[in-house]
Design a protein around this ligand. Structure first.
Ligand code: GLC
Length: 440
């Protein structure tokens, strides 16, 4: 039995590990897809943002909305210039009630319900008689018409709200604000969270030219030195979660088939927090069915879709005890599994590690693809601003991304800094609103 389990783990390692030469191959394909995307074909949408690097002089008070997952965050942000800011007030609310009382992300909810709900919350933040420029971070693929007008191309991250795809988002929000008598709140900019992260990173650091999210979703934005239509530097939201030129395992294929939009967002489905727990669950299900794990009593959760989260993987990876007692405890409390052999516990940790490591290495390969495009000889300094729960909380994640850069660029790798950029969706949106308010 132990032998068969060892064989299976070996096979999984083969499927999930990415060698340095595979990384280079993926980076090369990523770069070609960037070039193709700028010419409007391929897997990368390469969306224009109308944003350039901030000068650092942007100041003022702004309301910002961070709309990118089921948790929406509103902030009142005061920009002080040169990278300094303060968050005066903030509040969060859920679009999906934990016990099912409402769900504004479901197909049954209409655009109007969703934006009315958001406007009510804005009403609680805005003071009467005061005018607020608003920066909206809307973290889904949008075709940008101008800095404060953007049309949702299609939902991602399993959102399904009806009547939003194909609509101009700021207009929907303005309508809801007007209904509640909130016309003193004026949408000045709509941006993606990756753009927000890049704006926030470059507010205080002139070397920042890549902004990325490694959280519930995954995507990256960069400063294109020459945007083809305008022929000026412009931040481009790549929607890189849709990249698909990398090796897929049978587990990725199964996950994709069961997803809301099969065939789309394949990179995101292999790397992001919304999905990697499910990749691990599919592996466990396969191993349970082959009677390699949980033989005595297969636990119910193994058969239940989405029963393992990225947070669970983080807890498994954080267990540094010799006997993996924390993993045993987790399984006892959450899965009611009382007895596991040391081999089985080790196998669980290896699975979590393979899935998380592949995520970090794939993400790093895309960063290398971008760097090759903007600076082929890596002669400049680059700051990559990254936000998101995976980057921040998955044990070892950031180090693993860094290691790939080291493997590929060797002693030049110190020209690239990975910087955790918190609050990109809030502060970045405020910077965008400040830049646009200034342009008018
Ligand atoms: C999804 C969205 C993208 C966003 C990312 C991170 O990939 O399509 O717009 O940036 O999630 O939130």
């Amino acid at each position: 039995m132990a032998g068969v389990l060892t064989e299976k783990i070996k096979d999984l390692k083969q499927q999930f590990r990415l060698s340095a030469s595979q990384i280079i191959d993926i980076a090369t394909k990523f770069e070609s897809e960037m070039v193709a995307g700028l010419a409007s074909h391929g897997s990368l949408k390469m969306l224009r943002t109308f944003m350039q690097k901030p000068g650092g002089k942007e100041t003022g008070t702004f309301i910002t909305i961070d709309f990118g997952g089921t948790n929406i965050r509103l902030q009142l942000v005061n920009l002080l210039g040169k990278g300094r800011y303060e968050i005066i007030r903030q509040q969060s609310f859920l679009l999906k009630h934990p016990y099912g009382a409402y769900d504004y992300t479901s197909q049954e909810a209409a655009a109007e319900d969703l934006f009315d709900f958001i406007a009510v919350q804005i009403g609680e933040l805005a003071e009467q008689g005061q005018t607020y420029p608003l920066g909206l971070t809307f973290s889904f693929p949008c075709r940008q018409l101008e800095a404060n007008r953007a049309v949702l191309i299609s939902w991602t991250k399993e959102f399904k709200t009806s009547g939003v795809e194909g609509q101009e988002i700021t207009g929907l929000l303005e309508k809801a604000l007007a209904k509640r008598g909130l016309s003193q709140v004026i949408p000045a900019a709509i941006i993606n969270d990756t753009t927000g992260t890049l704006l926030a990173a470059s507010y205080g650091n002139p070397h920042a030219d890549i902004g990325s999210i490694c959280g519930t979703g995954h995507n990256t934005c960069y400063l294109e030195p020459m945007e083809p239509a305008t022929r000026v530097p412009m931040m481009i939201n790549m929607e890189s979660g849709n990249f698909n030129k990398f090796p897929l395992t049978t587990y990725d294929q199964a996950l994709d088939r069961a997803s809301e939009k099969p065939g789309e967002q394949l990179l995101e489905k292999a790397v992001s927090g919304r999905y990697i727990g499910e990749v691990a669950r599919l592996i466990l299900q396969d191993m349970t069915q082959a009677r390699l794990l949980f033989q005595a009593n297969p636990p119910g959760f193994v058969a239940n879709i989405n029963s393992i989260t990225a947070g669970d993987l983080a807890q498994i990876l954080a267990d540094d005890t010799q006997d993996l007692t924390r993993i045993s405890h987790l399984l006892k409390t959450n899965g009611n599994i009382l007895i596991l052999t040391t081999e089985e516990l080790k196998a669980l940790k290896t699975i979590a590690s393979l899935v998380a490591t592949r995520s970090a290495r794939l993400v790093a390969a895309t960063y290398i693809g971008i760097l090759r495009h903007i600076d082929p000889g890596l002669t400049q300094q680059h700051v990559i601003g990254v936000d998101g729960s995976l980057f921040e909380k998955m044990p070892g994640y950031r180090t693993m991304v860094q290691e790939v850069l080291q493997e590929i660029y060797q002693d030049k790798a110190d020209r690239i800094s990975l910087v955790l950029t918190k609050d990109g969706s809030g502060v970045g949106a405020a910077i965008a609103a400040a830049t646009c308010a200034g342009r008018r």
